[in-house]
Design a protein around this ligand. Sequence first.
Ligand code: NIG
Ligand code: FE
Length: 415
Amino acid sequence: MASARTVLVRNIGLLATPEGGAPLRGAAQGAVRRRRDASVLLVGGVVAGVAEGGEIPRHPPDVAASGVEEIDAGGRLATPGLVDAHTHLVFAGFRQHEVPLRLRGASYGEILAAGGGILSTVAATRAASEDALFERAVGFVREMAGHGVVLVEAKSGYGLDAATEEKQLRVVRRLASEPGLGVGLVPTFLGAHAVPPEYAGRADAYVDLVCREMLPRIAAAGLAEACDVFCERGAFTPAQSRRVLAAAAALGLRTKVHADELEESGGSALAAEIGAASAEHLVATGDAALDGMARAGTVAVLLPGTSLYLDRPFARAREMVARGVPVAIATDFNPGSCPSPDLELCMTLGYVKYRLSPEEILVAVTLNAACALGRGATHGSVEPGKSGGVVLWDAEDLETLAYRMGSRLALRTIR
Ligand code: NIG
Ligand code: FE
């Protein structure tokens, strides 16, 4: 303990953070504690004390005052490290050639049905070496870290065969232990992302493969913590999705659903029924399914960058808050529907398109996002015992952070 790096961040103009380890919802979606003239003491990356009004947290007895590194926050805003709870981080190639097709009127679903879309990234990812995938993903994670992100969920789903899905998840594991990257990774198996070409017209047979072979191997190797499924017309039906998630739950994985991205598909109702940790996208979700999610405590992970990029409607975030569904916001970073890893931009979209308040947005990208990933105990707030870091922003308040669209305001992350 005595050798653990001890850091005192002082002269924080405003420390804004949610509190606790459980998702915040309804009126509490915007429950942010504000401390003026604050300071935070971190020992070995864990918050040891927080003070305000110019006070300094008392050092633990075994920490010599001389061994404390001081960081002057210059009167700026500080928040918890951000959490990106939904990304498709590991892939080869980009899909820039799809944009002109979409601008000429082809829909996301039509491009996929014609063998492009996700399936073209599958072909590229199958062909790529593990090292090449790793090198690219490192670059993306660095970009995310530059936006104040400390924890990233990363899905497989561009393999659609056991070997490639495992290759993607091994890359996620390598990223998690890459020295100097300083970003945590949460691996999710998304084998049911699309029906692979070799199973065209035989989706149920592919679901059998996912349930009987891929999931048990991946769970046994500890390569994933959670299992996701793309429940949508053209991908998997609610019945197929239910089979995949039941098999995953039986193996001890958390469950989540890509639900109602293009039309209401039954995915959000399924998520509520099985008590999934989260349901994601939710652009087309009706009130009954929202009420079910509120009862189940399922976190809504909203992806405004995807609505923007696909020129689609934005999720009804205000209605979700009103109905007591805990809301998180994430990037959905992927080569098709959202080629941007910028969670700061998503915060601004949350402000002007979801009409969430700056406080509700902060909770959506910190505590609620952490809870969707099963990390509420360690991430999402600046409180004693938590290890999710502190971000210093080139801003004085949360309003500015939400307002400055497209600027990179994250100055420094202390972990
Ligand atoms: O969340 N909808 C499914 N998956 C991704 C897109 C993946 C892709 O287009 O490559 C999404 O939008
Ligand atoms: Fe996605």
